[in-house]
Design a protein around this ligand. Sequence first.
Ligand SMILES: CC(=O)[C@@H](O)[C@H](O)COP(=O)(O)O
Ligand SMILES: NCC(=O)COP(=O)(O)O
Length: 237
Amino acid sequence: MTKLSVNINKVATLRNARGGNTPNVTKVALDCEMFGAEGITVHPRPDERHIRRSDVYEIRPLLKTEFNIEGYPSPEFIELVLQVKPNQVTLVPDDPSQITSNSGWDTKNNLAFLTEVLDRFTRAGIRTSVFVAADVEMVEYAAKAGADRVELYTEPYATLYPKDPEAAIAPFVEAAKTARRLGLGLNAGHDLSLVNLNYLYKNIPWIDEVSIGHALISDALYMGLEKAIHEYKNCLR
Ligand SMILES: CC(=O)[C@@H](O)[C@H](O)COP(=O)(O)O
Ligand SMILES: NCC(=O)COP(=O)(O)O
């Protein structure tokens, strides 16, 4: 069964826009769980443009589903994750100045670094996931580095899907088969939406978890959060 983890970064973006506590990010996280989300994802970026470190500490003890923290493994990020101990940590290769995640790891050229970081989280009992492009070699080196899972960076799929679904999905099926062959768990995320999610799922039904934020929160502005979560879960059947 493919689980839906709701990324609440953009709820924090709205909260931060006025400097107060509306919308209440913690309440939204708990409501997402009540509406059927099977996990909550946050990406506490160094500039705290949306999710703040304080959000991470506040949310952690209250969640009933899975907590996934994404980020670049800086010393500060590693310390935060080891203190909070989420169910899963997802390593992304983002530079602090990036507007959003726009690439997967070069797991081959970062093998030693990733191996050392992943080992620290593994020893702390935290499931690890490495954000990679749909590239067989990048998946293979994520396995070599000791990751429990890979998360396929799905922006290229989302961009090409409307023009050519079969071409869009092809590299992702190959990368997903490689992950399965190597015994890696499989996540996927970035720019997934109600337009493209079901086709991804139908072609790669063994995905463990999709983490979706930007499109889901945008859809919720029109249909409401509860209906949005139900609609996204309906794409995973
Ligand atoms: C790793 C990934 O693809 C998403 O978590 C993305 O990083 C979202 O970050 P923003 O919400 O800051 O765009
Ligand atoms: N890992 C992807 C994620 O958490 C959310 O990405 P997006 O849906 O905001 O593009």
